[in-house]
Design a protein around this ligand. Structure first.
Ligand SMILES: NC(=O)C1=CN([C@@H]2O[C@H](COP(=O)(O)OP(=O)(O)OC[C@H]3O[C@@H](n4cnc5c(N)ncnc54)[C@H](O)[C@@H]3O)[C@@H](O)[C@H]2O)C=CC1
Ligand SMILES: O=C(CO)COP(=O)(O)O
Length: 334
């Protein structure tokens, strides 16, 4: 399939590589000419994936219209908060029958919209033409062509199957799902939980604390998901617990690393400078907390993460706040 990938960051370039390896005709949009040039001539993206050899057939351009020209599938992978303004500029170049796939794991802070919602609104597509890819997919490992699996979700199962076929390679195994809400929320909330795990590790806390944060993090993901219409079973799949485990356990995770910096006492600005790449959970935590408040859902881990990011509590105080909450049965809904 003729596919456009917007843009050439870590995950966009990696997924473009997967699609090219799977036999698609792929054009990547890079903002910087030197990145487009490196992809076209040296078959690498030295800024985001140093040392990875990209397929020779993978092409790049700095012109979004050229990338989108004739594209049957458009894959979008930019920071969540920049999606709406970018789509406003790109949408006129989308074809009428285009399928759009979101790789993004964030929620818009100004509206609480999921990425697929922003896409349907800005591109004027029906939800049947919008899919999301989510799962335990640390870009660096996928780029090294290490085995990984993921979930492609679309309310139209046939579209999900089409995209599944187009992305399958010996090292990348996509599953399908029709629960777009659950898959997107799983990806967005696990970034916030990974920040919390990072905070704990920065404080020097151990594996018990990590396990508590991951497990109770999944509980608060499921509580929010339930009120937003997700299938609770999605959270026990790759886009739920799968991604939570990968992100919270891996030093490759930008969100976990960002949290570790904060836990060690760095400011948000200092942690941002050190991380360089996108740590979606930082801004998405605020959006998720607002959604939780709007729907009367308790998300205590998300709440303390927002507190630390906003400088209202220290990492140590956040840990104390979580440990001093009122006793509860393990299973409860708010
Ligand atoms: N890196 C990973 O392992 C994975 C990342 N994701 C998700 O993919 C999305 C993109 O993340 P990455 O590619 O990792 O980030 P990145 O930081 O590596 O790349 C971001 C890309 O977006 C571009 N960009 C930055 N600001 C922009 C703006 N204002 N307008 C247009 N383009 C802009 C950058 O030039 C770069 O090409 C995020 O939502 C992330 O959660 C999902 C799965 C895996
Ligand atoms: O989403 C990811 C793995 O599935 C990547 O996580 P980070 O954005 O924290 O690196």
């Amino acid at each position: 399939m003729r596919t456009a990938v917007l843009s050439a960051g870590s995950w966009g370039t990696t997924y473009a590589m997967v699609l090219a390896d799977a036999g698609n005709d792929v054009v990547v949009h890079a903002r910087r000419p030197e990145i487009a040039d490196a992809i076209n001539t040296r078959h690498e993206n030295p800024d985001y994936l140093p040392g990875i050899t990209l397929p020779t057939g993978l092409r790049a351009t700095t012109d979004p219209a050229a990338a989108l020209d004739g594209a049957e599938v458009v894959v979008v992978s930019i920071p969540a908060q920049s999606l709406r303004p970018n789509l406003a500029a790109w949408a006129p170049h989308f074809g009428g029958d285009t399928i759009v796939v979101s790789l993004m794991k964030g929620v818009e802070t100004t509206t609480g919209s999921r990425m697929s919602e922003v896409i349907t609104q800005e591109v004027g597509l029906s939800p049947e033409r919008v899919a999301v890819l989510s799962g335990p997919n640390l870009a660096r490992e996928v780029a090294a062509r290490q085995p990984a699996a993921s979930v492609i979700a679309c309310v139209d199962e046939k579209v999900a199957q089409q995209l599944q076929e187009a992305a399958a390679t010996p090292y990348f195994r996509p599953y399908t799902n029709t629960d777009v809400v659950g898959c997107e929320l799983g990806g967005a909330v696990k970034n916030v939980i990974a920040l919390a795990v990072g905070l704990a590790s920065g404080l020097g806390l151990g594996d018990n604390a990590t396990a508590v944060l991951m497990t109770r993090g999944l509980a608060e993901t499921a509580r929010l998901g339930q009120v937003l219409g997700a299938d609770p079973l999605t959270f026990s799949g790759l886009a739920g617990v799968g991604d939570l485990v990968a992100t919270c356990s891996s030093p490759l995770s930008r969100n976990r690393t960002f949290g570790t910096h904060l836990g060690k006492g760095l400011s948000v600005e200092e942690a941002t400078a050190q991380t360089r790449q996108t740590a979606e959970g930082v801004e998405t935590s605020t959006a998720l907390l607002a959604l939780a408040h709007r729907h009367g859902v308790e998300m205590p881990i998300t709440e303390v993460v927002v507190g630390v990011i906003e400088g209202k509590v220290t990492a140590r105080e956040a840990a104390d706040l979580l440990m001093s909450r009122a006793p509860k049965p393990e299973r409860y809904s708010s």
